[in-house]
Write a protein that binds this ligand. Structure first.
Ligand code: FAD
Length: 363
């Protein structure tokens, strides 16, 4: 055997595992079928701006061990995610907080905001669909201006036809605090995400444009063990049928202006605007470049072959995943991890923690 570990996928799960295994003296080969490292966190430099190619990525965590770990490979800037919503030209702060309520109703105290929300929530005790659920959580005004259109675009269906469990809670904050996350640590890697992966994978052999499943036998024969972070159903030839995803379509444009929207993230919450968000990448790093790059994000149905973005963890798909996971447990010397290997929505900090956990078990 030439390698101790063959690692399929150069995203956070694969790269962290490869780094730690290498530090323990193991010989690793990392393969990725894309033409770049970084998985979905990859950033590409355009006009001097780090463009988040697979959707905006903001690092946030309350896990001090993960924060200390990742800080070995990058410094983070002090970016705080404070997105705004644009509803037919009206601008509201997110997440729903006193700034939002003040703009909506012209009020100034938490007691006034609470009273208005309470009066609009209605008496629904057993919500039958997402619409009833959302109104019972935040009242009619917030639902109609800030939840309804956005959610309908995301799911491609009307809120009155969507199941209530999709939204279990809608955080409402009665302070003037626009920080979207409530985690202890937050920021964007200085120099973009790709540089973090270059450091994680420094000195480790990486083969790009290399699809493990297309050359499985010869690649498998090269290593004692395999860490597989691709789609679990694809690994098994979709023998039980494909797991479902939601997809996204991105439209990226370079604009000849230094500041297009004054915020990294603007959500378009009306039903008529076809995209859900515009990302202006330079604002993640307080960029002063003369031009700007924006990306419009369109939710999209997913079919086999499309880029899988969001897992659909409903009962049916979770049951299907459980069958694949059973099969995976029988694969000798192959370990499945990451968002595709475990069919799970993982934030970056959680995927790093999960990779470190596997390192603890195997290394
Ligand atoms: P990936 O990054 O997907 O890496 C898997 C890699 O495996 C890919 O590069 C793929 O090409 C490769 N691969 C698959 N199959 C094969 C094969 N057969 N052969 C070779 N290579 C293969 N998290 C946050 O913490 N903050 C955010 O703001 C945030 N925003 C997000 C926005 C969007 C739109 C999405 C979808 C996710 C977001 N995330 C965010 C989550 C974040 O993207 C994930 O936590 C992270 O990418 C998971 O890393 P991973 O290594 O599991 O998977």
């Amino acid at each position: 055997m030439k390698y101790d570990y063959l690692i399929v996928g150069a995203g956070f799960f694969g790269a962290v595992f490869a780094r730690e295994a290498t530090a323990k003296g193991k010989k690793c080969l990392v393969v990725d079928r894309r033409n770049h490292i970084g998985g979905n966190c990859y950033t590409e430099t355009v006009e001097g701006i780090h463009v988040h190619k697979y959707g905006a990525h903001i690092f946030h965590t309350s896990d001090k061990a993960v924060w200390n770990y990742i800080n070995q490979f990058t410094e983070f800037n002090n970016f705080i995610n404070t997105p705004v919503a644009n509803y037919k030209g009206e601008i509201y702060n997110l997440p729903f907080n006193m700034n939002t309520f003040s703009r909506l109703w012209g009020i100034s105290t938490p007691a006034e905001a609470k009273a208005i929300i309470e009066s609009q929530r209605g008496a629904v005790t057993d919500p039958k669909n997402l619409e009833e659920q959302a109104i019972s959580l935040v009242g009619k005004d917030i639902y109609e201006k800030l939840v309804k259109g956005y959610t309908e675009k995301q799911w491609g269906r009307s809120c009155s036809e969507l199941p209530s469990f999709i939204i279990r809670r809608l955080p409402v904050r009665f302070t003037y605090n626009n920080n979207y996350f409530s985690d202890r640590y937050q920021g964007i890697p200085e120099g973009g995400y790709t540089a973090v992966f270059e450091r994680l994978l420094e000195g480790i052999e990486v083969r790009l444009n290399c699809d493990y499943l297309k050359d499985r036998e010869s690649l498998r024969a090269m290593a004692d063990r395999v860490i597989y972070t691709g789609p679990i159903d694809e690994y098994f030839g979709y023998c039980y049928g494909p797991l479902q995803f939601r997809s996204l379509r991105f439209e990226t444009e370079i604009l000849d202006t230094d500041n297009y929207q004054g915020s990294a993230v603007v959500n378009y919450t009306d039903r008529e605007t076809p995209f859900t968000r515009i990302i202006e990448h330079k604002h993640f790093e307080f960029g002063a470049q003369p031009k700007t790059v924006i990306t419009r994000e369109y939710p999209a149905d997913w079919s086999l072959g499309d880029e899988p973005y969001y897992t659909v963890n409903d009962e049916k798909n979770n049951a299907l995943y459980a069958r694949y996971a059973e099969k995976a447990a029988e694969e000798q010397g192959v370990y499945f991890g990451g968002r595709l290997g475990e069919y799970k929505y993982y934030d970056m900090d959680k995927v790093i923690a999960s990779a470190l956990d596997l390192c603890g078990k195997l290394l």
